[in-house]
Structure formats: C-alpha cells, structure tokens
Design a protein around this ligand. Structure first.
Ligand code: GLC
Length: 485
C-alpha cells in the first residue's frame, strides 16, 4: 500500500501543538511496518537545510493559482526509519517566523498559503508518479485536498485509485476564509454548491474535508461521538452526523521512547515500575526548584496551553480553595494573557503552595510529570489530549474531566481505589474539580492502594502500536470504498 500523508505539522520538523507529535509518531510506526510513504509538509523557516540535510528536488514545479502560475521547489530528506519527507518550498509563503500567525492574529494570507501548499503537494505526487492508495490528511490546512481530487485533478491518472482519509484533531479550528479565496484553487462554483463549503458567511476548509473525504476520523472514540451534537460540533454537527457512517475514532498514542521516565535525561532521578521509590527524588527536587513547601499532601501538576479549551476557567477559581487545604500545584504553560495573569496572581498570593511558570519549557514539563503525584487535566473539551498519557507513563495519576480522549484512556478509580488508573469529574465547574481533588488526596494517604493505582496507570498501553494498527486497518477499509461522485 502506498500512503501519502499531507500535513502542516510533524515532529521533528515543525510543531505548533499535538498534531505535530501525532503525525511524527504515526509516520514512524507506519515506516517501521514497512509501508511506502511520502509525507509532505510546507518548508517553514525553522526546517533548516543543514540540520535536516535537505536535498533539493531538481525541477522547479508549478501550480495554477487563479490566473497566476505559482512556481515552487521541493526539498526532501529521508527519515531514519524509511519514509521520505518532502517540503514544499515557497519562501514568500513559508519563510516566516511562525507556522500560522503571530500573537496579533493569523497571517492574513493563510488561505493562499495553504491552497498553494495543497495544490503543490498533489502536483509533486503527480510529477514523481507516486500513486497513493491512501492520502491521509490532517485538519483544515489540508481539507481542500479531497475536493481538489474530485475537481481540478479529476482527470489525473495518478490519483485514479487514491482514497482520502481526513483526520480531525480539533474541530474548533475551521479554516474560515472569504468565499473569494476559492478562486485561487481553480475550483469553480458550478462544480460544487456553495452550501457545501459555506459556514457562517465564509467558506471553511475544514467543512470541505468533512464533506468530500472518503472517510473521516477523529483522535478518540469519544470525541467522534461528542462532535455529532452541540457544543462539541462547533456548528458542524449536522455535517458530521450526515457522515456518521464514515466516521471513526482512533485514539492517539505517545512516542514511548521519547516519554520514558527510565531514560529521560531531564529528571533528577530515573525510575520505572520496578524502581518506583525513586520517583520521590523527583518530587523533592521539584519542590526545591519551585520553592514549594514540603508537605505530606500530594503535589499536583498542570502542564498545558492556556486557553479556554484546557479548562482554565475551571482551574483558576479552584486553586484558591485547594491552597486553603494546603494542596500544592505546580503549573506550567503559555497562552492567553488573561489566564497567564490570573494564574500568576494566585501564585503570588500562595508562593509556597502554588507555583506558576509561564512559557514553553520541555525540561520543566518533564520534571513536573515526574515530580507530581497527580496531573490536573480539566479541559472543557479534548479531542485526544497527550498529557494524560504522558502522566500515566510517568506514574503521575491523571485527574481529568470526562471528555474526549480522556474517556478513551482513563478508567476512573472506584471508591476504595482498588480499580481504575485515574480520577474523573464530570461537570465543568470548579466545585466538581475540587471535590475530585479531595477524593484523590484522601486515597493518596493509603500508600499501598495508591501504589497500585500508579502501577495500573503505568501498565496502561499508551504506545502507538495499537493505534497505528487501527489506522492501517482503516486505510485498508478506505481503499475498498467506491468513489462517491
Ligand atoms: C489537538 C487536540 C488534542 C489532540 C491533538 C493531537 O491539539 O486539541 O486534543 O491531542 O490535536 O491529535
């Protein structure tokens, strides 16, 4: 089976969020399984020529953009485990400091940037005669590809047998642009009806993917159910329901070699299931590093982007109530100003109990996963989430809100703690969070039971193995689908 993966992010090249991690790990697993893969990304500024040993594809390629012809180059590098990564090199669009925009807002030409990218990716496959059985697409940045295949590339022999799988990592990112931007794609309105792309007076690249892909997947089973109704559907619930028969939920994994407390060089002490007692050294070292009081109560961690999705409105008012009970929290993250300020303000009032670091600091993040006893994950919605899986791996018990990917992975502990690998609260409210925190803190005191909870967590399979297999099964099913006109 030949697979083309078109994506706007992939580690180690470019990452703005979980999408990059997921594509990087999935490609690695598929590569190990021996599939013939091409991954295509934009050549962003941070994908440095030397560091990644990029080679230039000899020909200059071209794609039509409205009435203009856009020229582009392609760079490539071989990944260590087989697949080839290709980069659409179009400096005027991608040689910028950020992937999608600055803190002031998205780049105003994101429609043009990603239309060129998608057309160019298909053009490269055509020119190199790579005939994919599956084209795996991710989020709005690649949502137009299925439509391009049915319109501007319809006569192309390269894609005759190609089927598309569109994976939604986050439905709230909808790729909304003025209707005029469609002109750049070369697709004409007479080929589709306006209602198929229209969304809130604009056109949505995401909606195009949802409507025209042969199959759709989301990054957890639960999220695939949630998005069929409000508010999770973000206005797209009817479209999604109309495709429910072609919708699948596959939970992500994490790269268990990158996230391994036994080999993680950021930690004060390495540990595994068999040497769990060493985890304590990480807690002591973290307390010292963050200036937190040494207490017998558990240490809670929170590592996250700071936005509405991640449940900051639930967490921030709860912190004060937790501090009153001497519960300590080590928080790290970066994001919206209002949340950064509010977090810093509580930390200022309880310096020995609440530590807040603003920024993206992977070393500290790893120390928090290893040093905390419990990780807080109060997200309002979470298509998959990676933090709960990292927490399980590091023996820090996840305390999650009941949503999306958390529900696929976390089995809530029963009252006596003899079953389950984490804690779960349902209502998005500070009270519900605080109640569950107190329940977890009470079980934490029962050392033997607590150890069993940790071990059940560390034994939970969060690797990519199972998930990658589910993707390949799904690819096989997609290839068997007849083309829908
Ligand atoms: C998005 C989602 C997150 C998911 C990630 C990777 O960032 O918000 O829940 O884990 O994509 O699929």
């Amino acid at each position: 089976m030949k697979i083309a993966i078109i994506t706007s992010e992939m580690v180690p090249f470019a990452r703005a969020g979980g999408l990059g991690d997921v594509v990087g790990a999935l490609v690695m697993e598929l590569g190990k399984m021996g599939y013939d893969i091409r991954v295509i990304l934009p050549k962003y500024k941070q994908i440095e020529q030397q560091r990644f040993r990029l080679k230039r594809y000899p020909d200059l390629l071209e794609v039509p953009m409205g009435r203009k012809i856009e020229l582009f180059m392609v760079q490539s590098t071989k990944l260590p485990y087989g697949p080839e990564a290709l980069f659409i090199d179009k400096p005027e669009f991608f040689d910028r400091d950020e992937l999608y925009g600055t803190p002031q807002g998205p780049y105003p030409d994101n429609d043009r940037r990603f239309i060129v990218f998608q057309r160019a990716a298909l053009e490269f496959l055509r020119r190199t005669n790579f005939k994919p059985d599956i084209i795996h697409l991710h989020d709005w940045q690649t949502g137009l590809v299925p439509l391009m295949l049915r319109t501007v590339c319809a006569q192309d022999a390269t894609f005759k047998k190609s089927r598309t799988l569109f994976t939604v990592h986050n439905l709230s990112q909808q790729g909304l642009f003025p209707p005029d931007s469609l002109a750049d794609t070369g697709i004409e309105w007479k080929e589709i009806s306006l209602s198929q792309l229209q969304f809130q007076g604009k056109i949505s690249f995401l909606k195009a993917g949802l409507i025209f892909a042969d199959m759709i997947s989301t990054v957890s089973q639960k999220y695939s159910e949630e998005i069929q109704s409000e508010p999770f559907g973000c206005g797209m619930e009817d479209v999604i329901r109309s495709r429910a028969g072609d919708l699948e939920g596959i939970i992500n994994g994490i790269d268990v070699t990158l996230w391994d407390p036994e080999t993680d060089t950021s930690l004060a002490a390495n540990y595994s299931k068999d040497t769990l007692e060493k985890k304590r050294e990480n807690t002591l070292s973290l307390e010292k590093e963050l200036g937190l009081a040494g207490e017998s109560a558990p240490l809670f961690g929170f590592v996250s982007r700071l936005n509405q999705q991640k449940g900051l409105d639930t967490l921030i008012p709860a912190l004060e109530k937790l501090a009153e009970k001497k519960i300590r929290v080590a928080a790290l993250g970066v994001g919206e100003d209002q949340y950064q300020k509010a977090l810093l303000e509580v930390a200022h009032r309880f310096p020995k109990l609440i530590s807040v670091n603003i920024g993206f600091d992977e070393v500290l993040a790893r120390r928090i996963y290893a040093g905390s006893d419990i990780m807080l994950l109060p997200s309002n919605f979470e298509p998959c989430g990676l933090g709960h899986m990292i927490a399980l791996r590091y023996g820090s018990v996840p305390l999650v809100r009941a949503t999306g990917g958390f529900m696929d992975v976390i089995d809530p502990c029963g009252a006596d703690g003899t079953t389950g690998n984490g804690f779960m609260f349902h209502e998005s409210s500070s009270n519900a969070l605080v109640t569950e925190v107190f329940r977890a803190a009470a079980l934490f005191d029962k050392k033997k039971i607590w150890r069993e909870i940790i071990l059940r967590g560390m034994n939970t399979d969060v690797s990519w193995k199972t998930s990658a297999k589910k993707y390949t099964d799904l690819y096989k099913r997609v290839t068997k689908k007849a083309v829908v006109a």
